[in-house]
Write a protein that binds this ligand. Structure first.
Ligand SMILES: O=C(O)C1=C[C@@H](OP(=O)(O)O)[C@@H](O)[C@H](O)C1
Ligand SMILES: C=C(OP(=O)(O)O)C(=O)O
Length: 705
């Protein structure tokens, strides 16, 4: 997962290959709750691992269910008629599928509970559900604003299960004789919550639920009914207005259950297939293949496929797969504008709003009032982001109309505010396929953790961009200038890959010495052969060669001196070129070394030549060595540095010198934080222009000589 403050997506060209999507959020959280209410153990396969399921699992543990996580399977041992452990304070993040159903289930199970979430959850309505539960006789109090979480459930009005006779003394029995009325026009989750919880009270009598107002998001009720059936609960449905839970209902675990891939998450990849040219993927495959989800899915968002087809996508599918390709020019590409009632696909419809950027004409998405009360006001958030990209947008209480930028030059590079809404982040990433070749910044990318923590990794695994267009920032400079620290900090803050090219020379030197090869011209070819096959990885702060962690071993002064010798051997340098190029992958690379900007990535978008006075560098190196437990002395270090500068600067191949177009940065008088901030500002300016870039620090830069 990208936990950076933002992620910059370079303009992307094409996409092809297969993605395996995480499990459905809606199915996962329903199955977890139903398993918790059942007898015995249910094994849930391919459970979604994300923020929304994490809060549900934690809550179930707190109320006394045994939860055993084993890889992608989870074993839940349900309460099966036992009272839940209480009192308990449950934190449910921003998961509507946890907050609403748990409120109903706990209100009926009995005990004292406090249910809260993130600030936005406390602005998401729950009043209609609480009203319905109060009608039944449940006692629920609002702890903040009326109609919204946080709330307190005081006690149950009925026995926890049909065969447990004890009623809470002094508490009236549930009022089950009359139909239970619940509004259905704000969120379908209120009805889902009642449908999943009321079988607890349907031991001796059937229970009728009546929906007031037009029910929205109906396909989610269909998921609820389907999963209730798998847990042995039969509900008779009359239209979308009246639901009868049969008397004698009892949750029966199916033993094990598989969770389909998430159809809402699939919408981003269906859209990707529809808008990206599908240049050959692995083995020449065309288009995007989505594994784990088929056209027969029980999730309503599978009907996003119909909307994508109407816009021009070519979608085929089987029981557990989908395949999407861009339509032929003039037929499916550019996309066709669409005017569609999206009430049945409220989540996936956000993806249509971004697809509309690639359509000819204006698209209108209607009947989406619920967008206003989800993770953020989604109509406002989508309108703002689309406008930033250059689209014209009209918005109303329950619709959005999008007209794409009229000409390629009307697109704008934008920094999208995601408002802690996973879907805003995920769908705006698709704007990276803009015809203007502009980068897109997605702020706070970790918000995707709500339902799809590795979304960006999945996107990069199929997105394609010619290697020479993948952004590279080169940080070159002499030993102990701080370039390694700077480059690593930049890579961390940008979420870019990191190449410590010096480490490649150090590793080569170490491996050569360990193989008994002296480092001199006589052994050049043999050392080069070794260098060609190094399985090097940089992970977090570690330098790995295969499974060997060489982080510490390569930092000794002795290895450093030998690395300098090895790097003077032309055949070794040539052998390491392809390896260095292989680090250039999405979303970008920060390369640290001595010839990154001059030789390895001569067309890099930003080159920084970092230096500092000899005294500064000697002192930094001294502190670095001492802190790692090596002995050192400043005078010797000064002499070593001078010797190494001379050798690096005068070697015949790729001598250390600034590239013609490098920005020179002397950081003798700067802290590392200042240096990092300055280079980040330069990078922002390169990508998004000077207007939004933080100010330069005067005097820190000199033009390359
Ligand atoms: O029941 C569910 O799993 C869901 C129902 C929908 O909410 P609304 O019914 O509030 O539209 C949907 O937006 C949400 O992501 C999941
Ligand atoms: C509306 C959403 O979530 P929730 O389940 O919290 O309602 C969503 O995932 O788009």
């Amino acid at each position: 997962m990208y936990s950076t403050a933002f992620i910059d997506l370079p303009a992307l060209d094409a996409a092809a290959g297969e993605v395996r999507l995480p499990g459905s959020k809606s199915i996962s959280n329903r199955v977890l709750l139903l398993a918790a209410l059942s007898n015995g153990t249910t094994t849930v396969h391919q459970l979604l691992a994300s923020d929304d399921t994490r809060v549900m699992l934690d809550a179930l543990r707190q109320i006394g269910c045994a939860v055993d996580e084993a890889g992608s399977s989870v074993h839940i041992t349900g309460l099966g008629g036992r009272a839940p452990r209480a009192p308990a304070k449950l934190f449910l993040g921003n998961a509507g599928t946890a907050m609403r159903p748990l409120t109903a289930a706990l209100a009926l199970l009995g005990g004292e509970f406090e249910l809260s979430g993130v600030a936005r959850m406390h602005q998401r309505p729950i009043g209609d559900l609480v009203d319905a539960l109060r009608q039944l006789g449940c006692r629920i109090d609002y702890l903040g604003n009326d109609g919204y979480p946080p709330l307190r459930i005081a006690h149950a009005a009925c026995a926890p299960a049909p065969d447990v006779p004890a009623l809470v003394p002094g508490v009236p029995p549930l009022a089950l004789a009359e139909p239970i009325r619940v509004r259905g026009d704000v969120s379908s989750q209120f009805l889902t919550a009642l449908l999943m919880a009321l079988p607890l009270a349907a031991g001796r009598q059937s229970i009728v639920i009546e929906v007031l107002g037009e029910l929205i998001s109906k396909p989610y009720i269909a998921i609820t009914l389907e999963l209730l059936a798998r847990f042995g609960i039969v509900v008779e449905r009359q239209g979308w207005q009246r639901f009868t839970i049969a008397a004698g209902s009892r949750y029966q675990s199916p033993g094990s259950i598989h969770v389909e891939a998430d159809a809402s998450s699939a919408s981003y990849f269906i859209a990707l297939g529809a808008i990206a040219s599908g240049a050959g993927g692995p083995n020449g495959a065309q288009g995007i293949r989505i594994a784990g989800l088929g056209l027969d899915s029980i999730q309503g968002d599978i009907r996003f496929v119909e909307a994508a087809r109407a816009m021009g996508a070519v979608v085929t599918g089987g029981p557990h797969w989908l395949h999407v390709q861009r339509g032929a020019p003039g037929q499916g590409w550019p996309l066709k504008a669409i005017d569609i009632d999206c009430n049945h696909i409220p989540d996936a419809a956000m993806t249509l709003a971004v697809m509309a950027l690639y359509a000819q004409g204006s698209s209108r998405l209607r009947n989406i009032a619920s967008w206003r009360v989800k993770e953020t006001d989604r109509i406002a958030a989508m309108a703002a982001g689309l406008r930033q990209l250059g689209a014209s947008v009209e918005e109303g209480a329950d619709f959005i109309r999008i007209t794409p930028p009229p000409r390629t030059e009307d697109w704008k590079a934008a920094s999208i505010d995601t408002h802690d809404d996973h879907r805003v982040a995920m769908c705006f990433a698709l704007a990276a396929f803009n015809p203007a070749g502009l980068p897109i910044r997605i702020q706070d990318p970790k918000c995707v953790a709500k339902t799809f923590p590795d979304y960006f990794e999945a996107l990069f695994s199929v997105a394609q961009l010619a290697a020479e267009r993948i952004p590279v920032i080169c940080i070159d400079g002499p030993t102990a200038s701080g370039k390694g620290t700077l480059a690593a900090a930049l890579a961390r803050q940008l979420g870019y890959r990191f190449l410590d090219s010096g480490a490649l020379y150090r590793i080569t030197a170490l491996v050569a010495l360990r193989s008994g090869l002296r480092i001199d011209a006589g052994h050049e070819e043999r050392i080069a052969a070794l260098a060609r096959t190094l399985p090097v990885r940089f992970e977090s702060d570690r330098v790995l060669l295969g499974s060997d962690d060489l982080t510490e071993a390569i930092r000794s002064e002795e290895v450093g001196m030998n690395a300098s010798r090895v790097s003077a051997l032309p055949a070794v340098r040539a052998a390491l070129v392809a390896l260095q190029h292989s680090f250039r992958r999405l979303p970008g690379l920060v390369a640290d070394g001595r010839d990154m900007g001059t030789v390895i990535f001569p067309a890099a978008a930003l080159k920084v030549y970092l230096t500092a006075s000899l005294a500064c560098r000697a002192e930094r190196r001294y502190k670095q060595l001492i802190s790692k437990g090596f002995s050192a002395n400043i005078a010797d270090l000064c002499a070593d540095l001078q010797e190494r500068d001379a050798r690096d600067g005068t070697r015949s191949v790729a001598p250390l010198k600034p590239a013609q177009d490098a920005l020179l940065l002397d950081n003798s008088c700067q802290t590392m934080d200042q240096t990092v901030a300055l280079v980040l500002a330069w990078w922002q300016e390169k990508q998004f222009g000077a207007v939004s870039a933080p100010g330069r620090q005067p005097g820190a830069v000199t033009a390359p000589g």
